[in-house]
Design a protein around this ligand. Sequence first.
Ligand code: ADP
Length: 728
Amino acid sequence: MDELNILKQQIEREKAARRNAEKQLQRIQRTQAQSEATAVALSAETRFRRLLDSASDIIYEIDLDGRFTYANPMVMRRLGLNRLEEVVGQHYLSLVHPADRSQTADFYAQQYHTKTFSTYQEFRLATAVAEPVWLGQNVWLAYLGDEIVGFQAIARDISSRKKMENELQTQRDFGQQIMANLGQGLTVVGPNGLFEYVNPAYARMLGYTEAELLGKDPTCFTHPDDLDALLAARDQRGTGETTTYETRLVQKDGGILYALLTGVPRWVDGRSAGSVTVITDMTERKLMEQEMLHARDRAVELSNLKSQFVANMSHEIRTPLNGVIGMTELLAETPLDEEQLELVDIIRTSSDALLSIINNVLDFSKISEDKLDLEMQPVIMREILEEAIDIVSPKVARKNVEIAYVLAQGTPPVILGDGGRLRQILVNLLSNAVKFTEAGEVTVSVISQPHADGRPQLHFAVKDTGIGIPPEAVTRIFQSFSQVDASTTRKYGGTGLGLAISQHLCQKMGGQMWVESNLGEGSAFHFTIDAAAPAEYVPESLPKLKELSQKRVLIVGENAASGPILAQQTELWDMLPSTAVSGTQTLTWLHEGRPLEQQKPASTSPARILLAEDNLVNQQVALSILEHLGFQAQVAANGLEVLAALEKQPYDVILMDIQMPEMDGLEATRQICARLPEGERPYIIAMTANAVKGDRERYLATGMNDYISKPVRIAAIAEALAQFTPSA
Ligand code: ADP
């Protein structure tokens, strides 16, 4: 723009010079006319000659043949001549660059023929140098009376202006070329809001010619639903901002083009005056995006189907397994000889193993779907540890292995977390420890180990004295379906999912899992979890073991770790432990064990039981267990039958399956609560196979009293029934 200003000034200067020259010439003419008449004229002519001689412009006079009759010194200098005599008679075209000669000659011939008094013409000067010298020349017809006798000319060097003009033109051409060849659309909108310029690409995008678009309003080519965006952008640009927005454009044939527009405001004299906009065709990308969204939806749908399939399958497998496990338990309670007992035991361990595989597969599919959510409930640490140990203890009993746990001093008794999942991790690690240890001990220890920033964290370690893990397998065993070597499955069983699931669970709990192991010496599996204390948890007061206080205890054992663990535990009870390493023959227990009371359920237990279960095998299992416990029960196959049965007679307890046809257990419970006042409602125990997070709360909220999971076990049913206290 600077150049344009310089050019303007240059033109102004030239105009002034031209005006000046015109005045001079007129004066010459006037003076010549006078000089012929008066004596004063002579001196006047001398004056003017001097003036002409000193002028920096080229000034000359020619006759009708084009030959010089007068030329000022500038002409002589240009032609390389010294004296006026040498110039006179020369043709004026010798001043003109050969390339411009014929055109210039034609121009003045034309002036003569049309008798145009004054003209202006630009041409190049004949020079030896390559750089062109441009002249701008004013020419008047010279009259003698009515007759044209020649031409008077005044010309000046306009090369620098010409040069600048050329440069500007080159720049303009360059810009024009870019805009014309740009792949993106480019439009210029004037102050009136109409297209002043559109480039070929923009015209092509819309299927119009450039001419068809010029002078049109951009709103005519915008999708009606997107007009608001366009107007908003226009307002925004009015405040000087650049706008970028997506919009749909309407093509000549009615097609839709998705476009990204970037509009820059134009300013003229400090006022906003339209905009320059770059338009990018996004149609292909948009279609691809839609295609991708579509593909993602399909993938999500497929993966949902897959996890639904896995959930259904595990449910389907669980039902017959329920029959196997339940009946095996009952069978084991009948009088059996040793061989039969062994066979039953094999059935039981096999079906337990199958159940844990199904549970693992279900967990694994939830993990890979990222659908495994954790609960946040108060977790009593001691309970979780003891439950986990209880679960593996039957296997421990069959081996020469001891098992113990220790909660280090300072470990919070209660944390906020998912107790079920924490127990699952511990059971996985403990089962492995027991599985891979023939003799020695398995210990669990927990210590509080806050993060560097003070956040509470617990560190668990499950140690064994078993076969150990070779160094090269240490990272591999955490991968799904991975075991130390192929013979592991044959020898020890398992699917290789346990550690993968456990590691994932503890990562979800904010921690990590790793292993330290020496081949042949044993392994130590470590894991950490975030463990915040629950906000408003009132801990149940632990029973005061007053009778143990200050009593001396002798701890006898062969294993290194369990001795100190027991010592620590008894110290917590304010006892005075001493540990002995060898099995001394004469051990005097310093206190007596508490006798276990075997509760007979029939005395305090419900008389009228309704079993709501649609599956025949499951009905059979539950009825047999109830019978074994000394109860009779009626059966309802779905929620509607439950309601019908309650119409006929009251029940004390309903064992309620959740998933049933016609009316499920939840709806049946709701109906019962709606129909019967609180004191008259039966005690409802939910039974379900695939319990997930929050189910228990949901059941209780519906009005159920308790919850047991399938496969149902004798102990679980007995315990649930024992919770029931007859109201009258
Ligand atoms: P699974 O036990 O069902 O095969 P896991 O993921 O729990 O699957 O364990 C993977 C493998 O890691 C085991 O098969 C075994 O080879 C090895 N492993 C796990 N725990 C121990 C341990 N305490 N001692 C020796 N090897 C172990």
